[in-house]
Design a protein around this ligand. Structure first.
Ligand code: IPM
Ligand code: MN
Length: 349
């Protein structure tokens, strides 16, 4: 059972981020009428950085850490703006939050809605979840450059894989599989990345022994991309490292009917810091302020928040309401109209 009060740090971010986040919070309030929800907005993102020079200070981090959960819209500005080059916002804000708050598990479900068209001609019944490692791999920033700008430049990016990091994400994946269709696929590239691959396989085998009911298989990441397109319905739970998971979840979003419905949770598995919920899509500055942004992915991310904060029934009601809204949607609805429609559907359940 969830708490009677929830405090949420809100990072709307850039572009459409604040717009979709506002709808998601509206839906959460409607879904949890008996919970005292308090929100605090944090002004962060590319825009904030360009205006103030702050990306994410230690003081702001400490303030965010005091909350039960974080809701993030999207961060990122104009990719051609040289002041934002080098992934300064991605690394300094988004990844800093994921790493500092130990978001070990990046959960990204994909479910093809019957009313949504997949680009695949025969998509089948797509319903899987990618459990992506969130704090390690080549994302850690362990690397460097030598002889920069010369013809003999050397650039290294080391992929870090720890037994602790791998085990906690693999465990979570098994837990999830046991609550779903009891099928788990480890995706890696162990024929080439032999050291990391062996660690992932060994830990998967060890945890598998505790879950005899879960059928386990393995795919190289390149082969997995083929099945994502030819037979995505074969997947139930996929567990993989940070970079493979990043790539696969964009493909998952595409085959699952578009990034407009792709939700995600960055989970801190031991409760030491708040988990963070964000749609997979970006800040889409081209449509910001037009009311064209679809808040469904942000709303489905809020459903993940509700679920992980101990309100699984409310989470299911939010998902049902989104399902119905997507089915009923005729013509084009604005961002707020979609949020209002989901709220109205919640009231009917
Ligand atoms: C994602 C994004 C991020 C990632 C970027 C923006 C750092 O692509 O959330 O999938 O690579 O994890
Ligand atoms: Mn990505």
């Amino acid at each position: 059972m969830g708490q009677s009060a929830l405090s949420i740090a809100v990072i709307g971010g850039d572009g459409i981020g604040p717009e979709v986040t506002a709808e998601a919070l509206k839906v959460l309030r409607a879904a949890l009428p008996d919970v005292e929800l308090t929100t605090r907005e944090f002004s962060l993102g590319a825009q904030h950085y360009l205006e103030t020079g702050e990306i994410l200070s230690d003081e702001t981090m400490a303030d965010i850490a005091k909350h039960d959960a974080i809701v993030l819209g999207a961060v990122g500005g104009d990719p051609s703006d040289k002041r934002l080059a080098g992934g300064i916002i991605e690394r300094g804000l988004l990844l800093k939050l994921r790493f500092a708050f130990d978001h070990a598990v990046n959960l990204r479900p994909t479910k093809l809605h019957p009313a949504v068209k997949s680009p695949l001609e025969h998509p089948g019944d797509i319903d899987f979840v990618v459990v992506r490692e969130g704090t390690e791999g080549p994302y850690v920033g362990n690397g460097g450059v030598l002889k920069q700008g010369t013809g003999s430049e050397i650039a290294n990016e080391l992929s870090v894989n720890t037994a602790v990091g791998v085990e906690r994400v693999v465990r979570k994946a098994f837990e999830i599989a046991a609550q779903r269709r009891n099928k788990l696929t480890l995706v890696h590239k162990k024929n080439v990345l032999v050291h990391a691959g062996a660690l992932w396989q060994r830990i998967t085998d060890a945890v598998a022994a505790e879950y005899p009911q879960v059928e386990v298989d393995y795919l190289h990441v390149d082969a997995a991309t083929i099945f994502f397109v030819t037979d995505p319905a074969r997947f139930d739970v996929i567990v993989t490292d940070n970079l493979f998971g990043d790539i696969l979840t964009d493909l998952a979003g595409a085959v699952g009917g578009g990034i407009g419905l792709a939700a995600s949770a960055n989970l801190n598995v031991d409760g030491t810091y708040p988990s963070m919920y964000e749609p997979v899509h970006g800040s889409a500055p081209d449509i910001a302020g037009t009311g064209k942004a679809d808040p469904s992915a942000a709303i489905l991310s809020i459903a993940l928040l509700a679920e992980h904060q101990g309100f699984p029934e409310a989470a299911q009601r939010i998902r049902n309401a989104v399902d119905t809204e997507v089915t009923d949607r005729t013509g084009s609805r604005t961002t707020t109209e979609i949020g209002d429609a989901v709220v109205a559907l919640l009231a009917e359940q």
